[in-house]
Structures are given as C-alpha cells and as structure tokens.
Design a protein around this ligand. Structure first.
Ligand code: SF4
Length: 121
C-alpha cells in the first residue's frame, strides 16, 4: 500500500477496521467485539466527537485483542491502529473533539436534530 500526505490517517485506519470486522469469524469475543468497537471509536474520531478517554479505550481494546484473540487475525487486527496512535499522538490530539478543559469544540446542530428525528418514538 502506498500513501501520500493527502490521505487522512483516520480514514485509512477506518478501512482497516472495516476489513477486520468483516473478516472476523466471531468465535472469540476479543476479536468479535473488539473490531466492532475499534471501528465505532474511529468513526467517533472522524466526526470530531471523541475525547481522550476514547483514545485510551482504543489502546486498551487493541492491547486486549492482541493478547487474548484466538488466532492471528484478531491478534494482528489492531496493529496499525496501535502503532499509529503511538507514533502520531500529536495528530490524534488534533482530531479529538474536546479541548483540554473537556468541553467540545463544536456541535453540529443539524446532525444532532437529525439523530433525534431518527430515534424519536
Ligand atoms: S481471532 Fe480468529 S478465531 Fe477469534 S473471532 Fe477473530 S477470526 Fe475468529
């Protein structure tokens, strides 16, 4: 795979997460649930809605998957993500939706209302 500076790292990682979630056979929980959670957390980052806890949970789930998945697919699925978070910590900090005070930088009012419309009884 060849990437240049114009590719969005989170989008690349989302592609990996989507692939591994699809390929997981689902026999063991760390891989089945972990790949799903990694994808959801990355979507949260891509929408600017993640905070530092989400980043820590990504690390934590990736570590659990590597240590406890039953086969090589689950053990290697979080590799790219874990290495990216370690090597590009500053980049991920800029992608978080919250400031150092814990407040969100912005909220998309239209998306929030659309969500309400979708789930209201
Ligand atoms: S780690 Fe292997 S056995 Fe476990 S759910 Fe993933 S693909 Fe299946």
């Amino acid at each position: 795979m060849i990437f240049n500076r114009q590719r969005d790292l989170v989008h690349i990682l989302l592609n990996f997460a989507s692939f591994f979630k699809h390929e997981s056979c689902g026999v063991c929980t760390p891989c089945r649930a972990g790949n799903f959670i990694l994808q959801r957390k990355l979507e949260k980052i891509s929408h600017g809605l993640a905070d530092r806890n989400d980043l820590e949970e990504l690390r934590s789930w990736g570590t659990i998957m590597k240590a406890t998945s039953r086969c090589g697919l689950g053990k290697t699925a979080p590799n790219a993500l874990l290495q990216a978070v370690d090597k590009f910590g500053d980049y991920f900090a800029t992608r978080l939706g919250t400031t150092t005070t814990g407040l969100y930088r912005a909220i998309d009012e239209h998306a929030a209302v659309a969500d309400y419309e979708r789930y209201k009884p």
